[in-house]
Ligand binder design. Structure first.
Ligand code: SF4
Ligand code: SF4
Length: 284
C-alpha cells in the first residue's frame, strides 16, 4: 500500500447544504468543491465507510466536522463522533444541538451582537442561537464554545458580543478568529494589509487581558497575528501540516488547498488556528 503522510486532525465537510447564507462564507466560494449533488450526499453508512477508509490511510485521531451546516447530516455526525476520541462540530447554532456526549466540542459561529451578526449571517440567526442554547437539556454534556470571525464589519462590536454571550448563554468561552480573505478580495470584510488589521488584533489582545478565561485564544497566538510576526507564519502555514481537509466533491471527498478552501490569500490569513498552532510549534 502507498505510504500516506500522516495527520493528527482531519476536517470533514459532510454536506454542502446550509440553512444560512452568510456573506463572508469561505465554503461557498467559487473554485471549491461545494456543489450540492445527489451523488455526494451518500447515505450515512457509505459516508462513514469513506471516513473510516481515509482515517486508516492518514491516521487522524481527531475530527472537525463542518459543512455547509453539519447538523443537516445529523445521521453522519451521530456515527462519526463515535469513531474518534475527540470531535469538534462547527455549527451555525441555529438548529437544535443533539447530546452527543462529553467527547464533543461544539463550536458555534456568532459574529457580533444581534444586529451585526444578523447583517452578516442572516436575519433572525442570533435569536435562534440564543434560544437553542437556552433550551438544552440539563444533562447536555458537550463543551459549548463560540467562535467569532472578526472582520472590518464587526471589529468595534466584539466586547458587546462577549457581554451578551456571558449574560445570555451557557457558552463557556469564545475563540476570536480573523477573516481569511480570498485572492483579490474587494469585500468590505477585509483589511487592505496586515498593518491595517493590527488595530483589531490589539483590541483582541486587550480583550484577552480583560476576559482571560472567557477568551479561549492564548495570548501568544494573538500576538503572532500582528503584522511584525504574521508573514513568516502564513508563508509556511503550520495548519497545513497538522490538519488534512476533506470537502465534499461531486462524487466523493476531495482535498482542497487548505481548510479554508482553494481561493485564499495566505498573506492576510487571520485563522486563529494557524497562529494558535504556531504558538506551540517552533515555526518562527
Ligand atoms: S453557516 Fe457556515 S457554511 Fe453556512 S453559509 Fe454560514 S459560514 Fe457558510
Ligand atoms: S489561508 Fe490556509 S494555507 Fe494560507 S495561511 Fe491560512 S490556513 Fe494556512
Amino acid at each position: 500500500m502507498a505510504k500516506y503522510v500522516q495527520y493528527p486532525i482531519a476536517l470533514f465537510n459532510v454536506t454542502n447544504r446550509c440553512n444560512l447564507k452568510c456573506k463572508h462564507c469561505f465554503v461557498f466560494r467559487d473554485g471549491n468543491p461545494n456543489e450540492i449533488t445527489t451523488q455526494n450526499e451518500k447515505s450515512a453508512e457509505e459516508m462513514i465507510k469513506d471516513i473510516k477508509d481515509l482515517r486508516d490511510l492518514y491516521g487522524f485521531e481527531r475530527v472537525l466536522w463542518m459543512g455547509g451546516e453539519p447538523l443537516l447530516r445529523r445521521d453522519v455526525l451521530e456515527s462519526g463522533v463515535k469513531l474518534f476520541p475527540n470531535s469538534t462540530i462547527a455549527t451555525n447554532g441555529t438548529l437544535p444541538l443533539p447530546n452527543f456526549g462529553k467527547s464533543v466540542i461544539w463550536s458555534i459561529s456568532v459574529d457580533g451582537p444581534e444586529e451585526i451578526n444578523d447583517e452578516i449571517r442572516g436575519s433572525g440567526s442570533f435569536k435562534r442561537i440564543i434560544e437553542n442554547l437556552n433550551s438544552l437539556p440539563e444533562n447536555f454534556e458537550g463543551d459549548l464554545q463560540a467562535i467569532c470571525v472578526i472582520s472590518k464589519k464587526n471589529e468595534d462590536a466584539i466586547e458587546e458580543l462577549i457581554c451578551s454571550l456571558q449574560t445570555n448563554t451557557p457558552i463557556r468561552g469564545l475563540i476570536l478568529s480573523f477573516y481569511v480573505p480570498k485572492n483579490q478580495d474587494t469585500s468590505d470584510f477585509t483589511w487592505k494589509n496586515l498593518e491595517e488589521r493590527d488595530k483589531a488584533v490589539q483590541m483582541a489582545l486587550k480583550l484577552k487581558e480583560k476576559y482571560p478565561e472567557y477568551i479561549l485564544n492564548n495570548e501568544n497566538g494573538l500576538k503572532l497575528m500582528l503584522s511584525k510576526s504574521a508573514p513568516p507564519i502564513t508563508a509556511n502555514c503550520p495548519l497545513k501540516k497538522i490538519i488534512i481537509p476533506f470537502y465534499l466533491g461531486k462524487t466523493s471527498f476531495e482535498i482542497p488547498f487548505c481548510c479554508y478552501g482553494n481561493d485564499v490569500n495566505c498573506d492576510l490569513c487571520g485563522s486563529w488556528a494557524v497562529f494558535h498552532t504556531a504558538s506551540f510549534l517552533n515555526t518562527i
